[in-house]
Ligand binder design. Sequence first.
Ligand code: ZN
Length: 339
Amino acid sequence: MHLPQHLPVGLPKAELHLHIEGTLEPELAFALAARNGVTLPYADTTALREAYEFSDLQSFLDLYYGLMAVLRTAEDFTELADAYLEKAAAQGVRHAEIFFDPQAHTARGVPIGTVIEGLGAALDRSEERYGISTRLIMCFLRDESAESAMATLEAAKPYLHRITGVGLDSAEVGHPPAKFREVYEEAARLGLRRVAHAGEEGPAEYVREALDVLGVERIDHGLRCMEDPELVGRLARERVPLTLCPLSNVRLRVIDTLADHPLRAMLAAGLLVTVNSDDPAYFGGYAGDNFDAVEAALALEPEQLRALARNSFEASFLEDDEPRRARYLAEVEAYDFGA
Ligand SMILES: [Zn+2]
């Protein structure tokens, strides 16, 4: 694989905040629609790509959930994951911890086993094909009920050998972490790692609640912790990783422009921050593109970019394979940004 040298896009990195459903590019959406006899309300890929220029969170979610109708068979999920891994490899990703949303599929009549085995087929050969090691994280939709989340965890039990952890995503405000206390207790009992989206649109208090009530080990987004100095101190002290998604924050209007991103301030505060792509097909870029974008917008120095890459491997769930983590960290240290 040829990678561009001397640029942050080629810097070896782990991607820890990536929704596989958010990697569905217009071309693949049309190909799967044709194969499955699904009619999309767009004339062609150009019209669909224009629809990706949504204006707010709701228009994004409408498009996002609407397009999932093309994902029907295990093979569809395999192709989706293969397409992501190929792109990620070209952007320096060496390890990916991939989110998926089973409820978005089971609600349409697609069995959870179809989703997991379909994704799993691509992940099984990811290392050989793309040089990327992977983990799978099953997310619950927080705007659905706690009972639905518990039923999803129950349905996933035959497939736990494929799942490293659980997460919590979708519309945050009004759905505090504590709603899912029992589900997370059960996940912990099953030996699953725990993460949750918190402090993206929701308040800093949701970050604290995710840590204290759900026992999460990583916070997805977490931007709004910056409104709470006491919380920032705790996150830094306890080395709780935050998986930031800069291009997503701009597209979803969490911030106005990339230049307003608190990434620099978060690094300065000693926070263990990482840079990720969230839903790259919709938000204008994959992992390396996010690195490039923050380098340009925030004038980051090479050593700050290297620190972000180092953080990504430190924050990853590689406790079951420390020699691999050490190899990746050595690649980060050896990376040459050039003059
Ligand atoms: Zn996300």
